[in-house]
Structure formats: C-alpha cells, structure tokens
Write a protein that binds this ligand. Structure first.
Ligand code: FDA
Length: 508
C-alpha cells in the first residue's frame, strides 16, 4: 500500500510548483520520527504500542493536500489531520486502522491587515504565532483565543477556542469570517463556494469531520493599550472555600472586560509545611488598575485584591504572563516546542447553578489522594458576550445560562500502564462525584477538551443514534444539523474518527 500510495501522490502532483517527494515521509525515512513526535503534546500517545501512520505528508501547497486526500481514498487509507497536535486524545495523529497524517506544520503563514482589523491565518500556525504577528502590527488589536501559545489554529478554531477575552468577545470561532478548505472530492473551497451550512459546521463542529481547513480569515478585536493582570493564591487556611463560594455567584456577572479563572491544586503550605488545597485566582482585565481596584472592592471584596497584586502591561505581554512565561520577551510566544512533556487526561463539565460548599469540601480530599501526581481543577467563568450569542449561531452551544466551565485535569510523569490507569481512573471518579452539580440532559462537554470516555464511534460504520451519545454532549441541538451537513458534503464518511460527525444515513 505504501509504495502505491506514494506513487499515486507523485503522479497526482507532477504538475505542482513544489515537488511533493520532499514532504512525504514513510517509516523508513530518517526524519519520520522527528516529524511524528514534533507536536505530540501528550506522552500517553508516544508508546511503542501506539499505532503509527504509514506515511506523513507535510504539504507545502494546497495541491499536496488534494493529492493526499484523493490517493488515500484510492488506497483505502484513513487520514488524520494535524495542526498543533494538542488533541487531548491524540486523534490528530493516532488511528486504529492504516492511516496517513496530513501535518500542516509548513502551512503557517499569518497575514495581518491592521487597517481592516482582519487577518488570514493558516491552520498550521499556533495561537502564539498569531498573537505575536498581531502585536507586530498594532498594540490595540488582539484576538480572543486560547491561553497556551503552542495550541494550533486548525484545531482551536474548528472546535471553539476560548481564553481571557471570551467574556468580552466570545470564542475564537465566533470571529471567523472566511475559510479555505479541501473537501473529500479534493475541491479547494472558500466560504462562498462551500456554502453557509459547511461554513457554519467548521466553526465549532470540529474540522476533521468535513475536510482539511487550510486557512481562516478572522476579525481581530480592539484591546486597550494597557490591560491589568493578577494571580492571587488562597489556601483553605486562607478561606479558599468561602472565596470560591462568592466567586461562583459573581464571576459570570462581573464587567465583561474582567475574567477571573480559578486553578485549584494541591500544594505544600508555606505556613504549616503540610499539604493543603490552593485556589489561584488568575485574571486579565481589559482596562487599567485604577478602574479594576474599585470594581473588585465593590463586587468581589472577599478576594482581598490590592494594587500590589496587579501589574499593568500591554495585551501581548498579558498573553506571555497568562501562558506562565512571566518576564520573558514576547518572542517566547513563537516557540512551538513544549519543554516539559507529561502524560495527561482531561474531562470537562458545565455548571448552571453554584456548587454547594459541602460538595466542594467533598472534592478537596480527592485532590490529596495518594499516588495521584498533579491533579488540577480549572474553572473558567462564562457570562458577558457568551450570554448574547445564540446556541445555534455556531455548533458550539454552551452559551447563556452557564455560570462556568470546569476542566478536570491530571498529569503525571510515572511511566507504565498501571500509573496511566490509576490517573485516568482518578479523573473518572472526580467526574462521577461532581455529576449531581453539573449540567444535565445532556451533561455538556467541550469538544476541544476531547474525552473519549463520553462515547465513541464504531471503527467504520456508526449510526447517528450511536454517535448521539457523545454528539449531544458536545453539540446539543446542533448535532442534527452537523449530521445533515456531513450527509451532504461527505456522504460516504471518508473523514472519520472515533468522534467524527456521522452522515444521517451512510451511503455505501
Ligand atoms: P490537533 O492538531 O491535535 O487537532 C485537534 C483536532 O482538530 C483533531 O481532530 C484534528 O484532526 C482536527 N484538526 C486540526 N487541524 C485541522 C485542520 N486544519 N482541518 C481539519 N481538522 C483539523 N483550548 C482552548 O479553547 N483554550 C485554551 O486555552 C486551551 N489550552 C490548551 C493547552 C494545552 C496544553 C492543550 C493540550 C490543549 C489546550 N486547549 C485549549 C485545547 C485545544 O483547543 C484543542 O486541543 C485543539 O483542538 C488543539 O488544536 P491543535 O490544532 O493544536 O490540535
């Protein structure tokens, strides 16, 4: 299959500007492994036993993508599409059936038009590269995307994408105004030629079900020349539970320029030397300190924020601060490699009614559990602009009525299956414990926090009903419309994976 596939690519691409042979890596190529591992974020998918692609293609131009799609179908191979490689379950580079990776690492141009407040960004760019390119053109333009700079544009925009400007502006996907993609027939489409249904689907419905999205035109947003950040830790001994109690009631109603996210983890108390739980209140306010302090004193005095906790800076410097690179030059945002890779597992939830204090207190012992290396509960407030966008505007339905979003996360360094199972089981226990207090019917989840525990497709034919088990959790009432779009654009379900949208009725 390998040889026939590569020959097909070469034949298909003989008229292209750049030879495809230079960007096709079979398993015997000396660069195969370095390219495969370059953007893998989760050590869970680096084991020898993890299935590997027969071939990796790193396209230099659209025709290389077209050729790969056509030749994969001819040879009966599946495709995995990878932009930044951050998929929590490795779906962009792992498959149980023979497969090829299209890795968009070489397609990562960013062209910012500051006058029009727009940009064209190719899927293989990272959000750090996008942020940096915007900052080169303007101090008062920004983009409401994610926090970690190495996340790829392709996955982020096609699954939603949120960060510290979400309460003011909504999701990254809400700001897409055009896109270029290659569909199952190898056609190169833009918004006009793909039509509004497909254009709707790829802005939150997950790109990998519909084709390869090459580039996105995005609307940039205004940010003030000075923003204010803080990160204030409070342990249980410093009343963390009470402060979280108040946070749950105010965070989604605060001035929409203010986002206060909570990271809850186990630490060693500096006061007692014993282990304790610490909630870090991490924030970006799109305004200056003189406005922030009275606002906090009025609405959220329980945190006890003082001027000394805060720093004023430009928006691009705040991206560096929030990514955990405080004090480093803004160029750090262009760095695509993660220095300290770990094993990890995530699950997600949405909360519509504050979680009672007693339930929170029941959660704390779970963070102390022996043998669990680095558990983290990350809580992100909704409200603001998110309340104003209708549930059907994009496939991402988690809008008005949600107070906040939870990411149940654990990472670990210990090797081996037993350690992996122990940590994964921990996330499942937390997920089960928190069930009475989170959204129901469906229990909502965030596509970009991919979690295969909530349901998977068959390896091959999957009925709409079977896929609804996980599909309704990510997309609720939008799931049916996504399946209708899929039926129209990929009726034979070529673009499929463990959680891809199935056609309503698969055509054989
Ligand atoms: P990757 O390349 O793995 O792709 C993810 C999915 O999208 C796969 O199914 C893939 O096939 C598909 N895909 C990718 N490119 C495509 C293309 N061009 N066309 C079609 N399909 C394509 N999220 C968030 O909203 N805010 C945040 O702050 C963060 N922070 C964060 C930090 C870290 C360390 C991780 C690991 C993850 C996040 N995320 C996040 C989640 C992130 O948004 C999610 O994993 C994205 O899907 C990652 O996009 P990548 O392109 O990097 O992933």
């Amino acid at each position: 299959i390998n040889e026939k596939f590569v020959q097909c690519l070469i034949n298909y691409s003989h008229n292209t500007n750049t030879s495809i042979s230079n960007v096709v890596y079979t398993q015997t190529n000396s660069s195969y492994s370095s390219i495969l591992y370059a953007s893998i974020q989760n050590l869970r998918f680096t084991a020898n036993t993890t299935p590997k692609p027969l071939v990796i293609v790193t396209p230099l131009e659209v025709s290389h993508i077209q050729g790969t799609i056509i030749c994969s179908q001819r040879q009966g191979l599946q495709i995995r599409i990878r932009s930044g490689g951050h998929d929590y379950e490795g779906l962009s580079y792992v498959s149980q059936v023979p497969f090829v990776i299209i890795d968009l690492i070489n397609l990562r141009q960013v062209q910012v038009d500051a006058k029009k407040s727009t940009a064209w960004v190719q899927s293989g760019a990272t959000i750090g590269e996008l942020y940096y390119s915007i900052s080169e053109k303007s101090r008062t333009l920004g983009f409401p995307a994610g926090v970690c700079p190495t996340v790829g544009i392709g996955g982020l925009l096609s699954g939603g994408g949120y960060g510290f400007l979400m309460r003011k502006y909504g999701l990254a996907a809400d700001h897409v105004i055009d896109a270029q993609m290659v569909d199952v027939k190898g056609r190169f489409l833009d918004r006009k030629s793909m039509g509004e249904d497909l254009f709707w689907a790829i802005r939150g419905g997950g790109g990998a079900s519909f084709g390869v999205i090459v580039a996105w035109k995005i609307k940039l947003v205004q940010v003030p020349s000075t923003v204010t950040v803080f990160n204030v830790p409070r342990t249980l001994e410093q009343n963390a539970t009470n402060i979280i109690h108040k946070w749950q009631r105010v965070a989604s109603k605060l001035d929409e320029r203010l986002t206060i996210r909570i990271n809850i983890e186990r630490v060693n108390s500096t006061q007692t030397g014993n282990q304790t739980i610490q909630a870090s209140f991490e924030s970006m306010f799109a305004g200056d300190l003189d406005e922030l302090i009275p606002l906090m004193e009025k609405k959220f005095p329980e945190l006890g924020l003082v001027r000394e906790d805060c720093t004023e800076m430009s928006w691009i410097e705040s991206a560096v601060f929030l990514a955990g690179f405080s004090g480093q030059p803004t160029q750090v945002l262009r760095n695509r490699t993660q220095p300290n890779l770990v094993f990890f597992k995530n699950k997600s939830d949405y909360v519509k009614v504050p979680i009672p204090d007693a339930a929170l207190e029941g959660l704390w012992p779970m963070l102390y559990e022996e043998g669990i290396e680095s558990p983290l509960i990350e809580i992100t407030p909704y409200g603001g602009r998110m309340d104003e966008i209708s549930e059907s505007e994009t496939p991402f339905p988690q809008r008005a009525g949600n107070l906040f979003h939870i990411r149940h996360h654990v990472n670990w360094k210990e090797e081996g299956d037993e350690a992996a199972q122990r940590h994964i089981n921990w996330t499942r226990r937390v997920y089960s414990y928190i069930e009475p207090y989170v959204s129901k019917s469906p229990r909502a989840a965030y596509l970009n926090y991919r979690d295969l525990d909530i349901g998977v497709n068959n390896n091959g034919y999957t009925s709409y009903e079977q896929a609804s088990v996980w599909g309704l959790k990510y997309f609720n009432n939008n799931f049916h419309r996504l399946a209708k779009v899929k039926t129209k654009v990929d009726p034979r379900n070529f673009f499929r994976n463990e959680q891809s949208i199935p056609p309503l009725k698969e055509r054989k």
